[in-house]
Design a protein around this ligand. Structure first.
Ligand SMILES: Cc1ncc(COP(=O)(O)O)c(C=O)c1O
Length: 414
């Protein structure tokens, strides 16, 4: 009898069995995974984006182990907490105040609570088809759900004070604030990464954040996935968003569980004034803070441009390999995080993404790639994450795997 529900602790980890065997990871290092089948795989799931440095980055692990040995849970303030905060805010511009937490979901939860107290309003808005964690208030309207569809004529979905907004739709922004002048905050996942890396249209995020501010609403950047993925900082800042609050996680800890709420001082002062509850036995624990300090030190030394370039080259090469087999393929996103679509044109909004998404195709591609020792997320809205550990050998293994998989898909299509 399996005592672990479904054999996994988080729904996103589900993988198809091959030859009746579940895939169980034995070890991960750099860009590679070793499975219970005795094979070595080049990995593109990479902890769902929880590292830019690759699995088990030695320069992060060493200080984390040291912090564990010095005591993982000292109850009271410790130096690493302050050091991690200073290090993090050196990358986040006006968002200079930090509270550490353990997961992105907690950070989003605290961001919503903060915005409600700061504005005295209760309604919060997030993008249809985005993902902002799994806590009650945000766990609806995700990619693939019926609410995410949001046809223009339909009533705006709302649940427990959370409203949905159509991503990349300028008119829907104007309509939203006309319909609801009392919004506390807008949560912006700057790239709709969780719906397959749909990129923001030029000026869209600025239009939304300007409109929010005009109406007295706060802007929360949810950077749990995109933070530190395109540069050593927030993607929203690259795109001109003036955020009041931001959430980060994943890449800041290189696989060690840690997240943070960042904010402008005048808003974060509410915590100093004890007007907002914050807690957490493990919030800001020493190993997590050691991971942040060591990770950011490493990220400062890495140049993102070559990674983005080689990731983009890989995307074009994979598309060409599919075209050589007569198969349509396109890609949305960036060199370090992207999605592949079984169509000639990548989606520009969620309606297009939902129309192209093909769960069967994604699963078949995943299985064909696994046969080639390439590990991918098996879902239609899944992403390919590349890191600084994806060296030439890993990139070649990826391309070779995709070429063979294209051949197999073409052969089974005929
Ligand atoms: C944009 C975004 N926000 C929040 C979360 C939730 O983070 P966590 O899984 O650490 O709770 C995720 C996780 O994938 C995410 O991608």
């Amino acid at each position: 009898m399996n005592h672990l529900i479904g054999g996994i602790s988080s729904g996103g980890r589900a993988l198809p069995e091959i030859d009746g065997q579940p895939f169980i990871v034995q070890r991960s290092q750099g860009a590679w995974l070793w499975g219970n089948d005795g094979k070595q795989y080049v990995d593109t799931a990479m902890g769902f984006g929880a590292t830019m440095l690759g699995h088990a980055a030695p320069r992060v692990l060493a200080p984390v182990i040291q912090a564990l040995q010095r005591g993982p849970m000292p109850s009271f303030a410790h130096d690493l907490e302050t050091e991690a905060a200073c290090s993090l805010v050196s990358h986040t511009g006006p968002l200079s105040q930090v509270i550490f937490l353990n997961t992105g979901s907690e950070a989003v939860h605290l961001a919503c609570r903060t915005a409600r107290t700061a504005t005295g309003r209760s309604r919060i808005v997030r993008f249809a088809a985005s993902y902002d964690g799994w806590f009650d208030e945000v766990a609806f309207g995700n990619a693939g759900s019926s609410e995410a569809q949001m046809p223009a004529s339909a009533t705006r979905p709302e649940r427990d004070g959370m409203l949905l907004l159509r991503y990349n739709d300028f008119t829907d922004v104007d309509r939203l604030f006309h319909e609801y002048p009392d919004i506390a905050a807008v949560i912006i996942e700057p790239v709709l990464a969780n719906a397959g890396c749909i990129e923001p249209m030029t000026g869209y995020l600025k239009h939304l954040s300007d409109k929010a501010h005009e109406q007295g609403a706060l802007v929360i950047l949810d950077e749990v996935l995109m933070g530190f993925r395109l540069h050593a900082g927030l993607t929203g800042h690259l795109l001109g968003v003036d955020a009041d609050l931001a959430t980060v996680g994943k890449a800041i800890g290189s696989g060690v569980p840690v997240a943070a709420l960042l904010g402008k001082p005048e808003i974060m002062q509410l915590f100093e004034d004890k007007r907002i509850v914050r807690a957490g036995t493990y919030s800001g624990n020493p190993p997590a803070c050691a991971a942040v300090v060591a990770t950011l030190e490493q990220l400062r030394q890495h140049d993102y441009l070559p990674l983005l370039r080689s990731g983009n080259q890989l995307r074009s090469d994979i598309i060409r390999a599919f075209a050589d087999e007569g198969l349509p393929l396109s890609s949305s996103g960036y060199g370090s995080v992207f999605t592949l679509w079984p169509s000639d044109k990548a989606p520009a909004d969620y309606a297009q993404a939902a129309a192209i998404a093909n769960a069967r195709w994604s699963l078949d591609l995943h299985v064909a790639l696994r046969e080639q020792h390439v590990m991918t997320m098996p879902f239609a809205f899944g992403r390919i994450y590349l890191t600084f550990a994806h060296d030439e050998a890993a990139m070649q293994a990826l391309l070779k795997g995709y070429k063979a998989a294209a051949g197999k898909l073409a052969a089974t299509a005929t």
